[in-house]
Unconditional design. Structure first.
Length: 187
């Protein structure tokens, strides 16, 4: 896997394949180049010339499956991760939800053994996805954390004294006192 400007990526990838080819020949390892696939992660519509192994072109694919993970050129695997975690959470809601009598450490144990591995699996690959995709997984994780710990979603409903002491923000006040930081300075 290589990242950077597209011309540089294709050139370094081709160099890597040349080195790999020499190593395979020296160590007499045979690779079926007909089964090889290459995937170009990009938002561009066109792909550069396909890489070659043993002077055979390795065609560009729009998606490929690797170790049970379907990778596509737009990195939407992150959406699959979110959907899988949400499905597991729905199945376990009666055990981990707000009406559950289970202790927090047991809920965390369930989370760490059943949900977090789904999020961590292949994270080095999808970790390079766009921030918007990663934010979706993080928001799902935050939602589950609030559910497990029984923390309210809104600050207004919080019983935490430090949060309750935060001054209210009223945008209708004069412009000088409009910012929350000016409310804190005047206290």
């Amino acid at each position: 896997m290589s990242a950077g400007a597209s011309d540089h990526v294709v050139a370094s990838f081709s160099d890597y394949l040349d080195q790999l080819e020499r190593w395979l020949i020296v160590w007499k390892v045979q690779v079926n180049s007909d089964k090889c696939q290459s995937l170009y992660f990009t938002r561009r519509r066109s792909n550069p010339n396909p890489p070659k192994l043993y002077r055979r072109r390795i065609p560009w694919k729009s998606e490929t499956k690797y170790l049970g993970v379907t990778l596509d050129k737009r990195m939407t695997y992150v959406t699959e991760v979110r959907n899988k975690v949400t499905a597991v959470n729905k199945k376990l809601y009666y055990v981990m939800g707000k009406n559950s009598k289970l202790f927090l450490r047991n809920k965390l144990l369930l989370y760490k053994t059943l949900m977090r591995p789904i999020m961590n699996y292949a994270s080095p690959v999808w970790g390079a996805a766009a921030k918007t995709h990663i934010n979706k997984v993080e928001s799902t994780q935050n939602k589950i954390a609030r559910q497990i710990t029984q923390v309210p979603c809104k600050i207004d409903n919080s019983t935490n004294t430090a949060i309750a002491e935060i001054p209210n923000y009223d945008p209708s006040e004069p412009k000088k006192k409009r910012r929350p930081r000016t409310l804190l300075i005047n206290i």
